[in-house]
Ligand binder design. Structure first.
Ligand code: PEP
Ligand code: MG
Length: 599
């Protein structure tokens, strides 16, 4: 007699939004095991050749994955594998291996295993979750080289549509499965910032992690529903649950089709209030994607990466080439270039050790101390402005004296270019970031010298709340919905408007859909965000009225603490846009929706 299997719900962390339903496939990765051997001199020679071949093959495999990730996904996905490639090419690691081969005469796969073990111990002991999660990358690289040394093949494939259930997935597993008909991923281990989770989000494949016992409970062939929004895996669902989820999936599909059609439509409320949605970008090869997401240009182009990649300041000509290419690619849309914001956590030069880098030599402070370098950057930006679609913005301005110094320098650079007969946009708009609290209070003075403000909430929140934006221990005190933050935003916008400026925001808050109506209602003119969220934010703006947004902002401003504001916005927005919030997921856009904000 056959009995209907009993439904069981496993709870994990939501790692990538969306819902999937289908048969499970329980995947066990074939681990490569090594044993320690002492080699003869003859074997040693051959081992060196085999090691070179295995490294070469591993490099080749990773290069193929990187090119797939770059073409089909995004820079973030490609960077995961680039970091792995760098581990293979790490000269310290290579010389340690060569040394040990020579001295200890042991087999190469054992030596690799042993060297990686040391690195993993160091990373694993770190307090930083991100560093601890990188242990998995080391594991994956080690497994890849050892597999190639043992000339084994990788089998991350499965026939037909399945929900993959695994103890843990590596980034490569995630990519390789995605080439089959994978419906979703569920893993026992891993966090939402693990690379496999990041890739699942890039691939738009629903995923749940940290289920703890998924592989123990689920059998291949079991029917499952994976809810990537709520972090659930329902095994052998009842008919009622199945129907409920089918309806949700239909709604999501309809909603996504709706979003895809938004690209060309203006970002305007039902009662005709227009705002601009633009993108934050850092790399040239992101720009194609930016355009497809319906952005009206770049609201923040972070130029620091030029310095970080080179390990030194790029020349005027190198910068000119990059800035001109970006201006051309985006034309006629505007691009706001931000001058170097080096320092804080974006400093390579360990020669300058500061005990408080975020309160130290950072952004405009450093640039004013390095006039030769700053002038080169300003010259490059001005020279690239002849098509008139560039604006320049200055980070970390704390008051008028600093701003005057910056503008004097800019004026003298302009004068130099005029004398040289080099054309540039004489009417170019200038702006500054409002991210240091003092700037909020003297915004009226600052406004006399520029055309726009862009609120940098990432820093404004950390400086207003005295909470280091990178410190896990106090992450729950980093509250973008704190009344002090809301009041600072309101005051900046009002002061900007009273002085004839337009006011944008390029901190992460601008791309948090929970905050969209609030910011719209406070009168924000431009929202600059990671490009992937632009359609969601546009959908909210186009389905609301300015009147409604103003009411939401007034209500939020009435509340006494961050928790109340968040709860109010969360309830309001979920009720108002149920389908939209059903397709999003905690952490997906860097916003922890249930974030532990409390006071
Ligand atoms: C900000 O501070 O909000 C911002 C956009 O700048 P960054 O994150 O680069 O400091
Ligand atoms: Mg900043």
């Amino acid at each position: 007699m056959s009995t209907t299997p009993k439904e069981m719900t496993l709870k994990g962390l939501p790692a990538s939004g969306g819902i999937a339903m289908g048969p499970a496939y329980v995947y066990e990765r074939e681990e490569v095991y090594v044993s320690e051997r002492i080699l003869t001199d003859e074997e040693l020679e051959r081992e060196r050749v085999l090691l070179d071949e295995a490294l070469q093959r591993s490099r080749h495999e990773l290069t193929k994955i990187i090119s797939f990730a770059r073409q089909k996904l995004n820079e973030e996905a490609a960077a995961i594998f680039e970091a792995q490639l760098a581990m293979i090419d790490d000269p310290v690691m290579r010389s340690a291996l060569d040394d040990r081969l020579r001295k200890e005469k042991k087999n190469a796969d054992f030596l690799i295993y042993d060297e990686l073990r040391k690195f993993k111990e160091i990373l694993g002991a770190s307090n930083d979750t991100l560093l601890r999660e990188r242990v998995q990358d080391l594991d994956e690289v080690g497994q890849r080289i050892m597999r190639n040394l043992q000339k084994k093949r990788l089998h991350s494939t499965v026939e037909g549509e399945h929900v993959i259930i695994a103890s843990q997935l590596t980034p490569s597993d995630t990519i390789l499965f995605s080439r089959n008909d994978v419906l979703a991923y569920a893993t026992d281990l891993g966090g939402i910032t693990s690379h496999a989770a990041i890739l699942a989000r890039s691939l738009k494949i629903p995923a749940v992690t940290a289920l703890q016992n998924g592989t123990a409970v689920v059998r291949t062939g079991d029917e499952v529903i994976l809810d990537g929004q709520r972090g659930l895996l329902i095994v052998n669902p009842t008919e009622r649950h199945r129907r409920e989820y089918e309806r949700k999936m239909e709604n999501i599909a309809r909603f996504e089709a709706d979003l895809a059609g938004l690209g060309e439509l203006p970002c305007e409320t039902e009662d005709g209030h227009k705002v601009e949605l633009s993108a934050n970008a850092e790399f040239i090869n992101e720009l194609e994607y930016v355009v497809t997401q319906g952005s009206k240009g770049i609201g923040l182009y972070r130029t620091e990466h030029l310095y970080i990649e080179k390990g030194d300041f790029p020349s005027e000509q190198e910068q000119f080439i990059e800035y001109s290419e970006i201006a051309h690619m985006m034309y006629p849309q505007p691009v706001i270039f931000r001058t170097f914001d080096i320092g804080g956590d974006k400093l390579l030069d360990s020669a300058v050790a500061e005990s408080n880098p975020f309160l130290g030599w950072r952004g405009i402070r450093m640039m004013l101390d390095k006039p030769v370098i700053f002038r080169q950057q300003l010259r490059a930006m001005l020279r690239a402005s002849s098509m008139k679609n560039i604006k320049i913005m200055f980070p970390m301005i704390s008051g008028v004296t600093e701003l005057r110094e910056v503008l004097d320098m800019l004026e003298s650079v302009k004068e130099e270019l005029r004398k040289e007969g080099v054309p540039f946009d004489e009417e170019m708009e200038l702006g500054l970031m409002i991210e240091v609290p003092s700037a909020v209070f003297v915004a009226d003075e600052l406004a006399k010298h520029v055309s726009f403000f862009s609120i940098g909430t990432n820093d404004l929140v950390q400086y207003l709340m005295a909470v280091d934006r990178n410190n896990e221990l106090i992450a729950d005190l980093y509250q973008e919905f704190h009344p002090a933050v809301l009041r600072a935003i309101r005051s900046t916008i009002d002061t900007g408007h009273a002085n004839g400026l337009w006011v944008g925001m390029c901190g992460e808050m601008a791309g948090n859909p929970l905050a969209t109506l609030l910011l719209l209602g406070l009168g924000l003119d431009e929202f600059s965000m990671v490009p992937s969220v632009i359609p969601e934010v546009k959908k909210i703006v186009r389905s609301s009225s300015y009147k409604e947004a103003r009411k939401v902002a007034a209500e939020a401003l009435r509340l006494a603490n961050a928790l109340e504001v968040r709860e109010y916005l969360s309830t309001y927005m979920h009720e108002r846009f149920p389908e939209l919030f059903a397709t999003m997921v905690n952490g997906m856009n860097g916003h922890d929706e249930n974030g532990g904000e409390d006071e």
